[in-house]
Design a protein around this ligand. Structure first.
Ligand SMILES: *[C@@H]1O[C@H](CO)[C@@H](O)[C@H](O)[C@H]1NC(C)=O
Ligand SMILES: *[C@@H]1O[C@H](CO)[C@@H](O)[C@H](O)[C@H]1NC(C)=O
Ligand SMILES: *[C@@H]1O[C@H](CO)[C@@H](O)[C@H](O)[C@H]1NC(C)=O
Ligand SMILES: *[C@@H]1O[C@H](CO)[C@@H](O)[C@H](O)[C@H]1NC(C)=O
Length: 235
């Protein structure tokens, strides 16, 4: 249909192309597919101190604000209105990072299972640990040109396939605590991860006094005092 003339057709065709780009292999959620995922990004066009909060039913090409505004349902949230103790997100969370405050004020101490992080700004991020709870899947993308490791991912598995040296735990599954070095988002080094079983969270809190383990977890069970922890260092 792209052959037929007229401005309307041209516009429609452009939209079709944009839309199929955006889908890039991700199934649409229309009719009981996967639930919408959350996409958060800060963008100059909506004020440097604001965040766009989108609900998307298709995969959107990373760092493409215009496309996100077009195919997702988005609204603007003031930086000052962000939850102070981190987010708690069910399902997939995608965050496009252009400024370190997004990592520090929005993500640090968050509870998220499936996290996709993209660094959209070529300015390198300094090495700093980001604490995450309940993380099982991580995908990192660096939008900078010419980096050696533009895309890396990690699955954190718990259970029988997790390898040797895991003592049988009293509770069924450990409380997951991850420390991600955000410099990985610069795409300059290969992702490495190291997991270690740790004592229960009550003891862990003594060793990591600044870890917000005691905060309320809106959508997830807080760690039980005797629940074992699995610490994963991603660097
Ligand atoms: C984004 O919007 C969703 C749905 O309205 C809401 O539940 C969530 O708390 C918002 N997140 C932020 C960081 O504002
Ligand atoms: C899911 O995303 C679509 C746009 O991608 C939006 O129109 C719809 O309102 C979203 N649904 C929910 C429940 O957020
Ligand atoms: C997360 O918070 C910890 C403790 O306050 C801090 O040391 C760390 O630098 C923060 N991480 C980032 C990426 O800002
Ligand atoms: C993580 O698991 C998903 C399926 O759940 C798989 O498609 C993906 O390749 C895995 N990634 C890695 C890095 O193992």
């Amino acid at each position: 249909m792209c052959g037929s003339g007229g401005l309307t057709w041209l516009l429609l065709c452009a939209l079709c192309v944009l839309h199929s780009w955006a889908q890039q292999g991700a199934p649409s959620s229309a009719g009981g597919g996967p639930p919408n995922s959350t996409l958060l990004f800060n963008s100059a066009s909506h004020g440097a101190h604001n965040l766009r909060n989108c609900s998307c039913n298709t995969e959107v090409m990373a760092c493409n604000d215009a496309l996100a505004n077009l195919v997702c349902s988005c609204r603007t949230v003031a930086r000052s209105a962000l939850p102070p103790a981190g987010l708690a997100v069910r399902g997939r969370l995608t965050v496009w990072v252009r400024d370190p405050w997004v990592l520090r004020e929005l993500l640090n101490g968050s509870t998220v299972q499936d996290l996709q992080l993209a660094a959209c700004d070529p300015a390198p991020l300094p090495a700093q640990p980001l604490a995450l709870f309940g993380l099982r899947r991580l995908h990192l993308l660096s939008a900078s040109q010419g980096v050696t490791h533009p895309e890396q991912s990690l699955n954190i598995t718990v259970g029988p396939d997790r390898g040797r040296g895991v003592r049988p735990s009293s509770s069924s599954s450990p409380f997951l605590v991850s420390f991600l070095d955000v410099a990985l988002l610069n795409g300059l080094s290969p992702l490495k991860a190291y997991s270690v079983s740790s004592p229960p969270s009550s003891i862990l809190a003594q060793h990591f006094p600044h870890l917000p383990l005691a905060q309320p977890f809106p959508t997830q069970q807080p760690p039980e005092p005797l629940q074992d922890c699995l610490l994963t260092f991603i660097y």
